[in-house]
Design a protein around this ligand. Sequence first.
Ligand code: TRP
Length: 452
Amino acid sequence: MKNKTSIQGSWASRWIFILAATGSAVGLGNIWKFPYITGENGGGAFVLVYLACILMVGIPIMMAEVFIGRRARKNPINALADVAEESESTKKWGVIGLMGMLSGVLIFSFYSVVGGWVLHYIKVMLTGEMIGVTSDAAGSAFGALLADPATLLGWHTLFSIMSIAVVAAGINKGIETATRIMMPALFVLLIILVGYAMTTGGFAQGWNFMFEFDFSKLTWNAALVALGHSFFTLSLGMGTIMAYGSYMTKDASIGKTVLAIGGLDTLVALVAGLAIFPIIFSNGMDPAAGPGLMFISLPVAFGQMAFGQLFGVLFFVLIGVAAWTSAISLLEPTVAFLVERLKIKRITAAVGLGIIVWGLGIACLGSFSFMSDVTFFGKNTFDFFDYITANIMLPLGGIFIALFAGWVVKDKFAQDELQLPSAVFKLWNISMKYTAPIAVAIVLYFLINPMQ
Ligand code: TRP
């Protein structure tokens, strides 16, 4: 399997791959979800478990995804099938890729709705509607937005079109160009915002909240959330990184590259927390406010602060950019699959898939209004899609990818791609065979049989 390239093209350099994968990894997960689940799960101890999951489970699985993609240079389904065949196993392993595509579709449909909220809040911040509002007023403004499907539909549609357009334009003209412009912008915005947070007076409190490890607050559920989130935030378990890896140049070191991506993603999550919690604390608000944390507390906080309007706009632009570069990566594996399997044009594949995810997104946005009665296991569509993907499908996909890389792929092929020093290879191999699958299995077990 030497010297192949994907028919979709390849990244211009190793750095472009790092930035594109980081663009996928850094998203709503880092800036919207991570702070609020940290808040809900008590802070420090949760952060520590999350860091352990990233290091012990996330990074090794990401290496597996990249090498499988790069070895086969095909979409995830065919990549898994080809790599299995090379190691004299069954092509049926491609099924993991199929489950991954389904996860991508489900994630995109609620992701795009939240992306729409973000676009709406850019507008709200620009017009200054939130200047001087109370928490109650901001809460009812957010509630009113959720209860207004027409407005949500407009923003969700815009966000979907933005994402589909980039994917339709292809690897180099689309994703790569977007990456080159948006990732530097994202880093600059983030630095400006932490700098701002440091001036608010709540910085020490925000820092302590995130880094004081109080294990009495840790529960199995929190561990599950931390593990699920480590998959979600690194874009693992559904083939995104595998697809991106299939466009990676052969000479780049997978280990170092993956460490850079995992490191950047973690850094952005921590820094985003350090930008958000001080603002929350300095305004006397509740860090455990849930999904509304960013959309209720922050606008109030910005509305009370010097230059709050300017920084508020910057903040929501930052999240919008992060969400956009992630959303495109949710579509890419399936688009690559459709192009390669059905031999259709990329634009046709992107638009076709786009219509499906956009339609499912309508069920998600309707969860707060006309479809609020429709529930699955007691959750509305929006929450259900989030829960089943982040907490079940991605971890399951991760277990199977790990087992596949550890037990099915012959060591010589894995090592041919990874080129790790032999001690590190052993560690990686143990993680694939045992540590990662067992960790995931334990947490899933306690999810299904909660301890009293
Ligand atoms: N990682 C992104 C975030 O943190 C979301 C995302 C993009 C994703 N592609 C993915 C999650 C693939 C799981 C799988 O917001």
